[in-house]
Design a protein around this ligand. Structure first.
Ligand SMILES: Nc1ncnc2c1ncn2[C@@H]1O[C@H](COP(=O)(O)OP(=O)(O)OP(=O)(O)O)[C@@H](O)[C@H]1O
Ligand SMILES: [Mg+2]
Length: 257
């Protein structure tokens, strides 16, 4: 595989729901270790796009190319197997199980004694402790049931789990919507941490300051099309607002639709 292949490339992705054209020819790329913030007004098509990337929806047309290979994800499980996953705050964690159980869910370490598989709890706990340490996450006890943890802690567990099991691209749809100031700050830090380990991150947010704080690049979606694809350090908030609303920096008199 040539070195220059982006982690993920979207080519002319379209999606319609009956007569509604949610996405109308989206082209974008995401590199390893890059954080891309997806911005856009309500109904612009952000969640639809993220669902298409993570296998929750099939595009009506267009191509998803991962590391140079065209992909057709028929389900989130297929995308996950390719290393792409959406991380939700708590939806995919089992609240009445502890951190270790959630981390290993379906991948438990067992040894057979007289033919009966026995969980290797100590070994699993050590793996989880290491993964949390690698992610800079401090969870008081790995034996705490997830229901007693905060939204931010759950997110951190999910991200660490994702990285540990070989994830390549993680998608976050408004990950901080329900979090407080301090939890959000830690979440943003966590995103940078994950990207620093070579993982691509796409994060949807409505909060401009968060996008500028965490992202290398901002992609603006408007009416199902890419209205802007800019480097954060070369862009101003006003420019991005104009991309979102369809305004024009140069002309106050220019009509908006
Ligand atoms: N399952 C669906 N069936 C019909 N229409 C849909 C469906 N999902 C999304 N849409 C429509 O597609 C368009 C894009 O929706 P989408 O949820 O992707 O927007 P969004 O950018 O995530 O908005 P928000 O910021 O409000 O979350 C909207 O017009 C929406 O009503
Ligand atoms: Mg949405």
């Amino acid at each position: 595989m040539p070195e220059k292949q982006p982690l993920l490339k979207l080519e002319s992705i379209c999606k319609h729901f009956g007569a509604i054209e949610a996405l109308r020819g989206i082209d974008m790329e995401i590199d390893r270790g890059e954080v891309v913030a997806l911005l856009g007004d309500n109904g612009a098509g952000k969640s639809t796009l993220v669902k298409i990337i993570s296998g929750g929806l099939r595009p009506s047309s267009g191509r998803i190319v991962m590391e140079g290979e065209p992909q057709e994800f028929a389900s989130p499980a297929e995308a996950k197997a390719a290393g792409i996953e959406t991380v939700y705050q708590d939806l995919s964690l089992c609240t009445n199980a502890d951190v270790v159980a959630n981390f290993f869910m379906g991948r438990e370490i067992t040894r057979r004694y007289f033919g009966i598989p026995v969980l290797q709890e100590r070994a699993m706990e050590a793996v989880v402790a290491q993964a949390m340490a690698d992610g800079g996450t401090n969870i008081p006890s790995l034996r705490t049931n997830v229901e007693h943890l905060s939204g931010g802690q759950r997110q951190a567990i999910e991200l660490n789990r994702f990285v540990h099991w070989g994830g390549k691209l993680v998608l976050l749809d408004e990950p901080f919507a329900a979090l407080g100031v301090e939890q959000t700050r830690r979440g943003l830090e966590m995103i940078r941490h994950v990207a620093a380990r070579g993982i691509g991150v796409v994060v949807i947010t409505h909060i401009m300051a968060q996008a500028f704080q965490v992202a290398d690049r901002i992609v603006v979606v408007r009416h199902g099309q890419v209205a802007g694809d800019v480097r954060t350090d070369e862009t101003t908030t006003d420019q991005v607002i104009d991309m979102i609303t369809g305004g024009s920096l140069s002309g106050a008199g220019k009509g908006r639709e």
